[in-house]
Ligand binder design. Structure first.
Ligand code: NAD
Length: 425
């Protein structure tokens, strides 16, 4: 049967790389489409009460693939959300859970909340975090009512993504009253996991360190680093890489960036951001996000939005290694240019998978009510991430392909096998 999706869906990096892998593995067109296409996509609208008025927020739920376990993926609240981005992110989750070899599939939720527009409509300032939290709460309450059944049956187990965090996950738990229905829950909420909030950033730092030592033959303390984004992922990546001894010369968030050739004191920056809500205003040279991406550094770590490194950026970056802490920060065209320039990339499906490994631990702890210590959780993450990086490096070497393609190939093999075993192919 022919696919109905790719006729409309733009050819993204994950589609191109999955198809590449399927070709190398000798799969048929029908099998390829079954792996590539989402199993289900739902469009929805959330009518929310904002200061006595009804405001409708649209959203997409993509249930991409459940061959290896429940659909798993975060809830994104952002103005840039669209159907193709959500499908792409869900497909990336399928690949990520497979390359990391955990028993989840891939899914994603995108809810379009155009913050500047909403704030302007109600005459609020751009830093009115309290008002934004009230909106986010209302949106997630409606969303939980709509899909509570999927969560309670563990068909789709959501988690935080851009614009959501432990508070929003607690709202889902309040609704389902089932600790295993959602991960990324706040400390003290039943089934919460010590180490969950640090997990993604810490995993990125470990994978980077391992690559620097084993592939580049250097020590992380010899490296200069720029990090884009200082939210959950970026702030933890910066903190841990800084503690490992690397020199962080550039950091940014959506409001602007910082540069200091002598190295930014990340410990002090964390205090500054806790008070001000942004990196802007910290003692360092001010730079734009465009400049941050083009800094001459050993390692560039995009840890914010998607598609920030396109053709222009890929031609102009001056880094020796890119680590994808964000999901899909490099476009397909951008990736081909980086490959032609010989700039290696550690892919998102390996680099930022610490979060989903922690989610697996949280899910398992929620099902069994067994306690976990932070050390137990970090041990599992380290073990899983090292295995997936080493596994992908071996495939890259054997097949003479780049690390991103190699990671996807490992994942596709596993998804294919499970789909076969479940008669989904
Ligand atoms: P977050 O909302 O906590 O933080 C996002 C950060 O990026 C903020 O500092 C924000 O100011 C900045 N930002 C947003 N748009 C930007 C832009 N255009 N330019 C520069 N900075 C910008 O989100 P997060 O949870 O840290 O997620 C960041 C990325 O990591 C996303 O791509 C997400 O999908 C991915 N990710 C998150 C997790 C997780 O556990 N939170 C796991 C895996 C992947």
């Amino acid at each position: 049967m022919q696919s109905i999706v790719p006729f409309q869906e733009p050819v993204t990096k994950s589609i191109a790389y999955v198809k590449d892998s399927c070709r190398r593995l000798g799969l048929t067109e029908e099998e390829t489409n079954a792996i590539c296409d989402p199993q289900e996509v739902r469009l929805f609208k959330l009518p929310c009460n904002v200061l006595g008025e009804t405001v409708i927020f649209p959203g997409i739920l993509c249930l991409h693939n459940n061959a290896r376990g429940p659909y798993k993926g975060g809830i994104r609240l952002d103005g840039s959300v669209d159907i193709y981005e959500t499908i792409e992110l869900a497909r990336v989750m399928t690949l990520k859970t497979a390359v990391t070899d955990i028993e989840f599939g891939g899914g994603k939720t995108g809810i379009r909340v155009d913050w500047p527009q909403v704030l302007a409509k109600y005459g609020k300032k751009s830093d009115d975090w309290a008002f934004m939290r009230v909106i986010a709460r209302s949106v997630i309450e409606k969303y939980a009512q709509l899909y509570g059944d999927l969560f309670s049956k563990h068909i789709y187990v959501p988690a935080p993504d851009m614009g959501t965090g432990p508070t929003e996950m607690a709202i889902i738990y309040n609704y389902t009253q089932d600790p295993a229905s959602v991960t990324g829950k706040a400390e003290g909420v039943a089934g919460w996991l010590p180490g969950r909030k640090e997990a993604t950033g810490l995993g990125v730092a470990w994978v980077t360190k391992l690559y620097v030592e084993e592939v580049l033959g250097k020590d992380i303390s010899q490296m200069t680093v720029a990090v884009q984004g200082f939210g959950n992922v970026g702030s933890h990546v910066a903190k841990y890489i800084y503690e490992m001894g690397a020199k962080i010369v550039g950091i940014s968030d959506v409001f602007g960036g910082l540069y200091d050739a002598k190295g930014i004191r990340v410990d002090q920056l964390l205090d500054h951001v806790a008070k001000k809500g942004t990196v802007v205003g910290f003692e360092a040279e001010s730079i734009s996000n465009d400049q941050l991406l083009r800094l001459p550094v050993d390692i560039l770590i995009p840890a914010a939005a998607g598609h920030v490194i396109g053709v222009d950026e890929a031609k102009e970056v001056q880094t020796k290694l890119i680590v994808e802490a964000a999901n899909v920060p490099i476009t397909l065209d951008g990736m081909e240019i980086l490959n032609s320039r010989g700039i290696p990339v550690i892919p998102d499906i390996i680099a930022n998978s610490g979060g989903v490994v922690a989610s697996m631990e949280e899910y398992s702890r929620s099902l069994t009510a067994m306690l976990r210590t932070k050390e137990d959780v970090f041990d599992v993450i380290r073990h899983k991430l090292e295995n997936s990086l080493r596994g992908a490096l071996a495939v890259a070497e054997e097949q003479k392909i780049d690390l991103c393609r190699a990671g996807v190939e490992l994942a596709v093999q596993r998804v294919y096998q499970s789909m076969k075993n479940r008669n989904q192919i």
